[in-house]
Design a binder for this molecule. Structure first.
Ligand code: AMP
Length: 396
């Protein structure tokens, strides 16, 4: 459906043109009319579906019809700094031709940055996009008048609860006017999200897009491999890629900061230029790394799950899961970093003998059997794809 059928304010048309948006995605088609009617909404949608614009566009449309005043009117809460920044950038793009202002508020910056955030809250930027922790830090000082807020949007709510922000979100919601519109976006709908929704939304409409299915453009495969073979295997995969086409964008996920650092070191030693991304880096380093990866200055990025959600980097051709993600949903998010917006991409997962059950859970969740590739000829044999039987202890 074309955007002009959705009832958005005309001022947004030029912004849509500038951003290259012609037709609405399914989540936009469903969510925009509901939000424009002023209803609360629970939307179950993965990243990559266009969910950011699904709430940003109607909020900008509603704001453009309100009178101009220097007060914060919409609060968007997102789990990570990177996502908060990305949402802010989309708002900047769409709002170029409207009068709405926005400001991202997240931790990790310098003293002057905290002061700038404080000014954005005091002077009344229309839309504040924030991480929960940093917003709580500002709320402690009482200079942020929350009475003018008409819209509360929670993005990636399930991720925020996984990160332990349930209480903070409730505290923040309780500080806002009771008469407001609340939108909750989440990739999954576990019980704790329903509980949160009951506490902070009123008679919400529900939208659910097919969950937990990787985009069809992703070619998935896996290797059964012992841990000590994994670095050698990455090198073999990268060398093969290099031969077939100029290697451009590869994202390698590992579960801990320690293994991210190790993989990066091993790849650098082997002549591959790789960088790392994890929460142990300071904010400037994190931003520089993302920028360099987006601009293709960095070809290979090794990251923790900090990059698995929401982050939109175009043209990632290959995602490698160095370990099977513990949570089956995380698999879908991680490999969703490739094949964004109808492109194609490849995702390869390494399975060691202890993670076979986890991988079978993933196959069950996505209702698909992922092909297992044979290790290169010169490799020692890998584990078999069968569950390790528990030893039975006989009583003597
Ligand atoms: P999201 O799920 O919000 O992270 O969006 C994923 C990507 O799709 C982003 O690069 C958006 O800019 C892009 N996108 C979202 N909606 C549309 C649309 N209607 N037309 C074209 N691109 C879109």
């Amino acid at each position: 459906m074309k955007f002009d059928k959705l009832g958005l304010n005309n001022q947004l048309e030029s912004g849509l043109d500038m951003m290259g948006f012609e037709k609405a995605t399914p989540i936009q088609e469903k969510a925009i009319p509901i939000i424009l009617q002023g209803k609360d909404l629970i939307a179950c949608a993965q990243t990559g579906t266009g969910k950011t614009a699904a709430f940003v566009l109607p909020i900008l449309s509603l704001l453009s019809e309100k009178k101009q005043e220097n007060k914060v009117k919409a609060l968007i809460i997102a789990p990570t700094r990177e996502l908060a920044k990305q949402i802010d950038m989309q708002i900047e793009g769409f709002s170029y031709y409207t009068n709405s202002s926005s400001y991202p508020i997240y931790g990790g910056g310098t003293g002057p940055e905290f002061e700038n955030q404080k000014q954005a809250l005091i002077k009344g930027t229309d839309i504040i996009i924030c991480t929960p922790g940093r917003l709580m830090a500002h709320l402690k000082f009482n200079y942020f008048d929350t009475n003018s807020i008409d819209y509360l949007i929670l993005d990636e709510a399930d991720r925020m609860l996984d990160m332990g922000f349930y209480d903070d979100i409730i505290t923040i919601a309780n500080k806002l006017p009771k008469k407001r519109q609340t939108l909750l976006f989440s990739a999954t709908m576990p019980l704790k999200i329903r509980k949160l929704a009951q506490n902070i939304l009123i008679n919400p409409e529900n939208i659910s897009l097919a969950i937990s299915k990787p985009a069809s453009g992703i070619k998935q495969s896996a290797y059964l491999t012992h841990d000590e073979q994994k670095i050698k295997l990455i090198k073999s995969i990268l060398q093969k890629q290099k031969k077939e086409k100029a290697l451009s964008h590869v994202l390698i996920f590992a579960s801990s900061i320690k293994s991210v650092k190790e993989i990066k070191k091993m790849l650098n030693r082997s002549g591959f230029k790789a960088s790392d991304m994890h929460s142990g880096l300071d904010q400037d380093q994190r931003e520089e790394t993302i920028r360099d990866f987006k601009n293709k200055k960095i070809n290979i990025l090794v990251a923790t799950d900090i990059l698995s959600r929401g982050i939109d980097i175009k043209g990632i051709e290959l995602v490698i899961n160095y370990e099977v993600p513990h949570d089956a949903e995380d698999y879908v998010h991680r490999i969703g970093r490739t094949a964004r917006a109808d492109n194609t991409g490849e995702a390869i997962t390494f399975i060691n003998s202890k993670q076979i059950r986890n991988f079978k859970d993933i196959e069950k969740l996505i209702e698909n059997t992922i092909p297992k590739s044979p290790l290169p000829d010169y490799f020692k044999k890998g584990p078999k794809y069968e569950l390790i039987k528990k030893k039975k202890w006989r009583k003597r």
